[in-house]
Design a protein around this ligand. Structure first.
Ligand SMILES: [Zn+2]
Length: 365
């Protein structure tokens, strides 16, 4: 005899249901976190049963440390999502440039990813080469438990479909939704005849070999193009089937650089939202947004024309050249980490989006 009898007696005396009242479950959502790592990129995709990180930032200047910004953010994220046990399901390194790989050692040490995806290039920048070598040895040491994928165009289906496999997309159905992660571009094996830029072969520019990923969560989708430039973008558009690029949220290529987005790409994407990972213009040192003039005015103008919807108006600074900025009123849903800090966009599987951070309501028309 335990508590059954008293409960039965209570039930007889007070004939009401003892079952817990039904609580409405929150809808499963995807969150896109464009993390403020200064001049650089780090995009966290939060899913109901997992997480993936695309690039690891970030800027390192006398007054800013992008890696500590990244790890502080990930610590707070995993403190909220205790169900994920400080493990990333996928780490994607789009290409071996320091503003994308500086946080790789900290990410491997703190949030050991189960799957590592990269373009397979060893890197050329003095500070990036040892980081990529360290990534490769970590993957080799953990080969029993960590899956590794080098995304080369050789591995893509000849049909023009995106590349999809269990390393890129280890996610299964969770809370009724099965996310889909696919690659649309990666390392290019031979020069397609891209010519030169400032007397250097464009083929030698690692930006043009960036791993490009698309994540679908039901009817909601996001595209991340790394630092892919206008040499490779037309080839990518031609190589994949029409519709492959049609997404809701665009993580803007190459920090909003003048060579990271084309009109044709934007018209294939038809985004509602544009998220730019770039630093603010006020840290006037080498390798900063100020140094590069990111994001560029005409790219921001083009994004404002092409994205649908509105945002609370913002007075921002945009680059017209290296180290040269002008004021710009932002009224369309174009967000940048250098203007807004970390940007968090949430979507449910029906494709309904909401801006979580910055917590601003759209401006009235
Ligand atoms: Zn970059």
């Amino acid at each position: 005899m335990s508590f059954a009898l008293p409960l039965m007696l209570l039930g007889a005396l007070f004939p009401v249901s003892l079952a817990a009242p039904a609580v409405a479950q929150p809808k499963p959502t995807m969150r896109i976190h464009e993390i403020d790592v200064g001049q650089g990129a780090a995009t966290l995709i939060e899913l109901p049963c997992g997480a993936m990180l695309i690039d690891t930032g970030g800027e390192k200047s006398s007054s800013f440390d992008g890696v500590s910004m990244l790890t502080s953010y990930l610590d707070a994220f995993f403190a909220r999502r205790t169900d994920l046990h400080r493990v990333l399901d996928v780490l994607v390194v789009t290409h071996p440039h320091i503003d994308h790989v500086r946080g790789v050692p900290a990410v491997l040490a703190g949030y050991a990813p189960r799957n590592v995806v990269e373009d397979g290039l060893p890197g050329k920048q003095e500070d990036a080469v040892p980081i990529i070598a360290g990534l490769h040895s970590w993957v080799a040491q953990n080969a029993a438990t960590v899956h590794h994928l080098e995304v080369s165009l050789d591995a893509f289906p000849r049909s023009g479909k995106p590349l999809h496999n269990k390393v890129l997309d280890p996610f299964s159905t969770c809370n009724g939704v099965n996310p889909n992660v696919a690659a649309l571009w990666g390392r290019v094996p031979t020069d397609p005849g891209w010519g030169t830029d400032y007397d250097k072969p464009r083929f030698d520019n690692e930006n043009n070999h960036s791993v490009v990923t698309r994540v679908d969560f039901g009817a909601a989708s996001v595209l991340i193009t790394g630092d892919l430039e206008d040499a490779a973008i037309p080839d990518m558009l031609a190589a994949r089937k029409a519709g492959s690029f049609d997404v809701d949220a665009y993580v803007v290529g190459h920090h909003g650089s003048e060579n990271g987005t084309t009109v044709d790409l934007l018209r294939a994407i038809t985004p509602q939202w544009a998220l730019i990972g770039a630093g603010p213009p006020d840290r006037q040192e080498s390798w900063t947004a100020w140094d590069y003039g990111h994001p560029r005015e005409w790219i921001v103008d083009m994004l404002q024309r092409e994205v649908s919807g509105r945002r609370k108006a913002l007075d921002a600074q945009v680059g017209t050249a290296k180290k040269t900025f002008v004021p710009k009123k932002i009224k369309a849903p174009v967000y940048a980490t250098g203007w807004d800090g970390t940007v968090v966009l949430e979507a449910d599987a029906s494709g309904r989006f909401a801006m979580v951070a910055p917590d601003w309501k759209p401006a009235s028309p």
